[in-house]
Design a protein around this ligand. Sequence first.
Ligand code: B1M
Length: 211
Amino acid sequence: MSLETIYDAVLRGDANVAESEVKAAIDNGTAAEEILHQACIPAMTEVGRQFEIGEKFVPEMLIAARAMQVAVNILKPLLVEADIKALGKVVIGTVAGDLHDIGKNLVGMMLEGAGFEIIDLGTNVAPEKFVAAVQENEIDMVGMSALLTTTMPSITATIEALTEAGVRNQVKVIIGGAPITQDFADKIGADGFAADAGSAPRVAKALLGVE
Ligand code: B1M
């Protein structure tokens, strides 16, 4: 049992080893926070880096995220007990009219892997639903995904709805999806754009000023 073995298991996407090693580490008295911050999160950061430079692909990232999820599920109750705070609370969803969710799910997993708390509203999310989520939870960031050129205006509509509800200034807005560009993000007043799930945690951390 070592933090290195857990790191390797998450990086390789070996959920069985991740599960048994995390349990062994806890039994040995290693703090849940140490396992999370010194093994699991660094492994997912490395997965994101390798994905960005084309050394890992979507299936490998999904497998790593699944191993991470197994580890996090074991650690979560202990982290709650120890009152370990997430880096920030992010509400994420695919915008109105759009049913594509593979990329959005990956981004959610990578953000969770980086230490953010995620509220996933799913697909075809109406602007009012994003607004309600911000009003009902202490949200730091709204993440919107769009895969269709025809649903890009739903991002704009959601930002407008956040402004009309008076909550736009309480949150950062990060957007992404195949047809989305930095140019589009700038034009519609989003705070940030991530080209892929590998870079999303870095952009999110920079927007919230957390590490
Ligand atoms: Co759709 N579809 N689709 N489709 N589909 C595309 C997007 C399309 C480009 C295919 C094509 O024609 N070449 C095209 C859009 C054309 C356009 O708008 N210009 C298209 C179309 C037209 C349609 C329908 C209209 C088809 C029809 O019914 N006539 C229809 C629309 C349904 C709807 O949404 N209302 C439709 C339906 C579907 C399926 C249901 C069959 C299925 C979706 C299944 C699902 O998601 N559960 C599907 C799929 C699978 C695709 C393709 C093939 C793959 C999308 C995908 O999952 N990519 C896609 C073609 C393509 O992209 N090659 C296509 C893998 C994923 C990991 O990448 O989603 O880009 P991606 O996410 C990346 C980044 O974009 C970024 O990070 C992710 C990971 O690195 N990212 C973010 C994404 N969200 C982010 C959010 C962030 C930050 C980064 O911050 C919050």
